[in-house]
Design a protein around this ligand. Structure first.
Ligand SMILES: [Zn+2]
Length: 281
């Protein structure tokens, strides 16, 4: 049996943060919408990278206190449709930042309200939401039941081994894709080497890595798969800002080529919701 690794290519489409380099979007009264010219260039870059790789991808639709509705309004509905036309799926992506640097993922009522409201906005904009990714790996135990009820079948939030309790990040060291109990919601964690918990070294997080580090994480995942004789499914985290930058874009394409040549394949959101099967040579 030849074990195989299935990869969901996740593209976080966050807009620039007012704090350079940090994904941080607390409520900011009177905040202008994201720069439309810059975002148009990022959308074009995401679609070009996906076309060049010839691979499906899941792109996040950002919602945060600062930009709660912006990405449901023009010109973005057309941008999302253009992504959907090219085989990309959409993931709802609430960053629920607070001004003090913490977030509201600990508040189940708040998170529920945000997701119910955002799903209603998506319906009005005729945008199908297939997946979910929380902001910065935060989580709340109420989410699986809620997302299931909202008809979302894929969760790309888990960061195995990551623990930042003050930010509601507390993932078990469990690298396997799995269905949440009593739901149809399938969790597909970020790819993890199973040893450290450094986002600059131990996960498939494109913009924190270089090729050698990504390839080393891949080798570790592959060794685990071969040792256990079971296939794996995980996600590769990339960002719109990265794919709009020649350096990161080239690295993304190089790594996708590499994983395809070394036991991996990139799967769609739809495929990522199916049960894992053993692959036979
Ligand atoms: Zn994000």
């Amino acid at each position: 049996m030849a074990a195989e690794i299935e990869i969901v290519w996740l593209i976080d489409g966050d807009p620039p943060s007012p704090l350079g380099g940090r994904a941080f979007y607390p409520e900011t009264p009177g905040a202008p919408p994201p720069d439309a010219t810059l975002m148009a260039a990022r959308f074009a870059a995401m679609r070009e990278a996906v076309a060049e790789a010839g691979a499906p991808a899941v792109v996040t639709l950002h919602t945060s206190p600062r930009h709660r509705r912006d990405f449901f309004d023009p010109p973005y509905a057309d941008e999302w449709r253009s992504c959907l036309d090219r085989g990309m799926a959409l993931a709802l992506h609430p960053h629920e930042d607070l001004a003090d640097g913490k977030n509201r993922y600990g508040d189940a009522d708040h998170i529920t309200g945000v997701i119910v409201d955002c799903m209603a906005m998506a319906r009005r904009a005729d945008l199908p939401i297939a997946a979910f990714r929380s902001g910065s790996f935060a989580w709340n135990a109420a989410l699986p039941t809620l997302l299931d009820r909202m008809g979302i079948g894929l969760d790309l939030s888990p960061g195995p081994g990551l623990r930042m309790p003050e930010k509601h990040v507390d993932w078990p060291a469990e690298p396997d894709a799995h269905r949440y109990r009593c739901t149809q919601l399938f969790a597909v964690p970020i790819g993890w080497n199973g040893t450290g918990t450094d986002l600059d070294r131990d996960y498939l997080f494109l913009e924190r890595m270089d090729f050698a580090r990504l390839a080393a994480v891949w080798d570790a995942i592959r060794a685990r798969v071969q040792r256990r004789g079971q296939p794996a499914r995980c996600n590769l985290l990339t960002h719109g800002f990265g794919l709009a930058d020649p350096h990161w874009r080239a690295l993304a394409l190089q790594f996708i080529d590499h994983l395809r040549a070394h036991g991996g394949r990139v799967i769609s959101a739809e495929q990522a919701m199916e049960p894992l099967h053993a692959h036979h040579a």
